[in-house]
Ligand binder design. Structure first.
Ligand SMILES: Nc1ncnc2c1ncn2[C@@H]1O[C@H](COP(=O)(O)OP(=O)(O)OP(=O)(O)O)[C@@H](O)[C@H]1O
Ligand SMILES: [Mg+2]
Length: 274
């Protein structure tokens, strides 16, 4: 175990509803943390519509599948370097889910992650929409789950449904909320308050903390089209500034003791739940 591993922060970005901005939050938070001199790895865990590579403007030559299948045996050879030195673990393709993997494949994956020796401060997992098995597995394997919501009844309902499943079926209690595509800060606080009110009534043990309000921003849309994270392309834009603020906040979160042990433990825990 390297001396750096005990500091590793593990975050999952989830939402329930699709298209609310998970991948943009993942990518821009990753780059914004890298700009705070943190060494960041971004794990594209969207098994269906993987697109973190598109938003980063990189082209992975290999994916996690090459590790699982034994084509390569070290994590380093599938990683792709993105803006500001962030490291992308390209989405697994070719296997339907982590749960379908054989014991040998599990062992290979754990070995590859455990033997990764480069120092790392943060791992961000960009999950798929919905509450299928892989999403709950990733959320259970990390320390902080950031739930992305936007100001629409369907997004709020799906965020609630996700939190309910993660709490009732998997024992998670604490969630961080990121309100995305907000017309102003007031709307963000209202969305968070509405969700908190419902949670207090139906899931009183759950604690939700508003961690970020990202404005609806045309710059972000343009950045997506140009395949450059908005924090790099338009650093002075409202959304870029909001991502930078979110990164500073995330950077201040304590690393839970239970997560000491680094990448190898993360994957071990992930597969134990799969
Ligand atoms: N803050 C924002 N301002 C303006 N547009 C936004 C913002 N956030 C996201 N979008 C738009 O929403 C689209 C979907 O965002 P993104 O791909 O990050 O969502 P997602 O939750 O990862 O989707 P999926 O569920 O398919 O993985 C973006 O391509 C962009 O056009
Ligand atoms: Mg996505």
């Amino acid at each position: 175990m390297s001396a750096y591993e005990p500091q590793l922060k593990l975050l999952a970005i989830a939402s329930g509803k699709g298209g609310v901005g998970k991948t943009n939050v993942s990518v821009n938070l990753a780059v914004a943390l890298a700009r705070l001199s943190r060494r960041v790895m971004l794990f594209d865990a969207d098994l269906g519509l993987a697109n973190a590579d598109l938003l980063l403007g990189v082209r992975p030559q290999r994916t996690l599948y090459d590790l699982v299948s034994g084509e390569v045996d070290d994590l380093g050879s599938i990683l792709v370097e993105g803006p500001d030195g962030i490291l992308l673990v390209p989405a697994i393709s070719g296997v339907a889910s982590m749960a379908n993997m054989s014991t040998t494949e599990h062992a290979g994956l754990i070995r590859a992650f455990s033997s990764y020796r480069e120092p790392l401060d943060v791992l961000i997992v960009d999950t798929a929409a919905g509450v299928q098995g892989s999403v709950t597995s990733f959320c259970k394997a990390v320390q902080d789950v950031l739930v992305v919501v936007c100001d629409e009844p369907a997004s709020m309902a799906d965020a609630y449904a996700l939190i309910k499943v993660l709490h009732q079926d998997h024992g998670l209690r604490r969630f961080r909320l990121v309100c995305n595509m907000m017309v102003n800060a007031e709307a963000g606080r209202r969305v968070a308050q509405n969700l908190a009110t419902v949670l207090t009534q139906y899931l009183p043990d759950v604690v939700v903390e508003l961690s970020g309000i990202i404005p609806l921003d045309e710059h972000l849309r343009r950045a997506v089209q140009k395949r450059v994270p908005v924090v790099n392309l338009y650093p002075a834009s409202a959304s870029a500034r909001a991502f930078a603020e979110l990164a500073r906040r995330v950077d201040g979160w304590k690393t839970a003791r239970s997560n000491h042990g680094g990448l190898g433990f993360f994957v071990e825990r992930l597969l134990a739940h799969a």
